[in-house]
Design a protein around this ligand. Structure first.
Ligand code: MG
Ligand code: MG
Length: 246
């Protein structure tokens, strides 16, 4: 799907709301805080900005954000879990403004974390930006995953296969998917006006995943830590434009 400049400007508006959600939720995420409280903060930002949630009721998802601590990779449901010193927490936020979607995630340390957890976070963030740098018209989409995988694996970590990035626009998840690894072929041509949510999920140990009984929470099969970062990015004539920064 190729989006006009007007459409991308609307997606930037949604992206700014998402950036504010991430900022305010991150500030509130400290030892002793329950993840359901973080969901309330995100809801409040949406209300203040007159934006709608694209997560709430998505295939029945019961909350406004995803909160995924430690060995949880993605899609954690905010609830009674109380954050503690040394946790790492993936916060995934989304918003709709004027019918256009934004989607972004960060992983943050809660208080002081282990050296290895801090390195996992840094490498995942770096892998996201390596993927973003690929988003130029004329290149091939699966180069994104190749770049992400290279950064993650060079650091000794592994990349999740079952969950991937996606095109985004008037729906949160549009085709094509954007794998975070090299799937064996170069994939579609990247065109000006394409908008993608790039979202590496990087595991400390093995890449295998497991779905919990709640039908949403995805965890690492071996119990190792996992980190997740995401931005919504438009392909412009001047290169990639990250729409979900403040
Ligand atoms: Mg997301
Ligand atoms: Mg996404």
């Amino acid at each position: 799907m190729v989006r006009s400049k007007e459409e991308i400007a609307k997606m930037r508006k949604a992206g700014r709301v998402v950036a504010e959600m991430i900022e305010r939720v991150s500030e509130a995420a400290r030892p002793g805080v329950r993840t359901e409280y973080l969901d309330r903060i995100a809801r409040q930002v949406l209300e203040e900005r007159g934006a709608k949630s694209n997560f709430l009721n998505y295939h029945g998802f019961p909350a406004t954000i995803c909160t995924s601590p430690n060995n949880m990779i993605v899609h954690g449901i905010p609830g009674k879990y109380k954050l503690k010193e040394g946790d790492i927490l993936s916060i995934d936020c989304g918003a709709i403004v004027d019918g256009y979607h934004g989607d972004a995630a960060v992983t943050i340390p809660i208080g002081q974390v282990s050296e290895e957890a801090a390195r996992l976070i840094e490498v995942t963030r770096e892998s996201l930006w390596a993927g973003i740098r690929v988003l130029e018209a004329g290149r091939r989409l699966h180069e994104v995953g190749r770049a992400i995988q290279q950064v993650a694996e060079q650091a000794g970590f592994s990349v999740v296969r079952e969950y991937v990035g996606h095109a985004i626009g008037t729906a949160m998840h549009e085709d094509p998917q954007v794998p975070n690894y090299w799937p064996g072929n170069p994939g579609p041509l990247i065109k000006e006006g394409n908008v993608f949510a790039i979202e590496p999920m990087v595991n400390l140990k093995g890449k295998e995943t497991m779905l919990l009984d709640d039908g949403w929470s995805v965890v690492t099969a071996d119990g190792g830590l996992s980190s997740h970062f995401e931005h919504t990015v438009a392909v412009t004539e001047d290169g990639p434009w990250v729409l979900t920064t403040p």
